[in-house]
Structure formats: structure tokens, C-alpha cells
Design a binder for this molecule. Structure first.
Ligand code: ZN
Length: 253
């Protein structure tokens, strides 16, 4: 996550898991197991705007694909070096290094013994002005048959939105299947919110082992889980940490 964010509800107002899951079940949101999302022979490519988005978006899917012997490539669009704002005890280079280390550790905890991470090092919070660079890199690395996951293009954070939009374009142009994961949407939306294309939403059932590995992977991102300084709390609040324990991940298809 980056310093700029656009939730419209406070943490206390954000809709809770039981409300979401009951409503999604009533709406007939389909759930599929991992094998229906990605065959073991396919490469899973995660395009994360910031370190930790790969866990928040699809940590369970990464865990499940690793468990079935599948290959995973994680593309780090930025190093998340602006997550602590101007009053950080770390300078940008230090924070980037911390977050890159956390990202690798988190992926290891998902079951990848030697995580394959490609760092694009675009400036955190400024993906939109660098979207041509992002598109060029994606076009050169995506291969037909890849299953590609990134953030949803209307997630509510400028880096998430731009990344999702560009990954969608590149996936369509290269013959890849794209799954758009809502991360911040759960924070600002409410059930039946007209801004959200609910009919395109599908669920992926996670095993208890996948949920457990996802939580361990998120815990690797310590820089985002503790107060950043005397005036800024943790970048990842309790609501988003609780969402990482849901037994289902959701994607727009
Ligand atoms: Zn993010």
C-alpha cells in the first residue's frame, strides 16, 4: 500500500466479513477451487503495485498454485518506498530495501522456496505518469497461457487503478487470462454498491493451509503492520488484516 489512499469509510464503518459473505452468497456469487482457476502447468504472474499487494490480492492463490507445483512470477511495480510519508524514520532507499526483503520473505512463507521476483522500481504513488513504461514491460514478459493477477482497475488507489488497467490491456493483447483482485474495494464499498460490477465477481475457495500461509505471508510485511510514527498508525489496519483470513478470495473475471 502507498501513502495515498481513498477509502470513503472509516475502519469501524467498513463492512465486516460476515455481512459481505452472507450478501455474496445471497447474490449467487460462484466459488471455484484452485484447479478451476489455474492448471498446474500454467505460469501464475502476479503484478503487485506495492509489496504486500501480492498477498492481499491473491496470497491464497499463490499458496495453492505453489502447492500444486506451479510456477509463480511476482512483478513488483514499485518498491512501496512512500508508504510512511514524509515523517518516516527511514529514507526512501531504506524503506524500499526493507519492503523488497519483506516481499521475498512473504512469498517464501506462501510456499515458494526460491521466489521469482521482477522489480520494475517505478516511483511509488506515481504509476500513472509511468504507465507507458509499465505497459512496455508487461508486453515483453507476459506469455500466452499465463494466468495474470493484479489489482482491480477501480480499486480506489491511483497505483492500483493504473496497474490494473494496464495489466488488463497487456493480458488481452498477449492472450493471457486476467483476474482483477479487489483490495481496497472491500474498504470503501458496501453490499450492492452500484460502482462495483458484482456480476463479474467470482470466489476461490481456500484450504485452511492456504489461509494459514497467507496470514504468515502477510505477517512478513512488518513495516506495514506497526505504527509508522507518532501520528501515523499502521499502513495495514485491523480490517484489512482480518480480510486476509477470509476462507475465500474474490476476483473480477
Ligand atoms: Zn498497494
Amino acid at each position: 500500500m502507498s501513502f495515498v489512499e481513498r477509502p470513503t469509510l472509516s475502519q469501524d464503518e467498513a463492512t465486516g466479513e460476515h455481512v459481505w459473505r452472507r450478501w455474496l452468497a445471497d447474490e449467487g456469487c460462484q466459488e471455484r477451487c484452485v484447479q478451476e482457476w489455474i492448471p498446474p502447468c500454467a505460469r501464475l504472474v502476479i503484478v503487485a503495485p506495492h509489496p504486500d499487494d501480492e498477498i492481499l490480492a491473491c496470497g491464497g492463490l499463490i499458496s495453492a498454485h505453489a502447492a500444486q507445483g506451479g510456477r509463480v512470477l511476482s512483478v513488483a511495480v514499485t518498491d512501496g518506498e512512500d508508504s510512511h510519508g514524509e515523517s518516516s524514520p527511514f529514507n526512501r532507499e531504506e524503506l524500499a530495501e526493507i519492503r523488497r526483503s519483506e516481499q521475498v520473505l512473504g512469498l517464501r512463507r506462501l510456499g515458494l522456496s526460491d521466489p521469482e521476483v521482477l522489480a520494475l522500481a517505478l516511483r511509488d504513488g506515481c504509476v500513472r505518469p509511468q504507465s507507458d513504461v509499465l505497459l512496455d514491460r508487461l508486453m515483453s514478459l507476459l506469455q500466452p497461457g499465463d494466468v495474470v493477477v493484479s489489482t482491480w482497475e477501480n480499486d480506489g488507489h491511483p497505483d492500483h487503478d493504473t496497474t490494473g488497467y494496464m495489466v488488463n490491456l497487456a493480458s488481452a493483447a498477449t492472450g493471457c487470462r486476467f483476474l482483477a483482485a479487489p483490495v481496497w474495494m472491500w474498504h470503501w464499498a458496501t453490499p450492492a454498491d452500484v460502482r462495483v460490477p458484482w456480476r463479474r465477481l467470482r470466489g476461490m475457495s481456500l484450504t485452511p493451509e492456504d489461509v494459514s500461509r497467507k496470514q504468515a505471508g502477510l505477517a512478513a510485511h512488518q513495516s506495514q503492520l506497526v505504527s509508522r510514527n507518532f501520528s501515523l498508525g499502521a499502513a495495514l489496519d485491523d480490517a484489512i488484516v482480518k480480510r486476509a483470513a477470509w476462507p475465500t478470495e474474490y476476483y473480477f473475471v
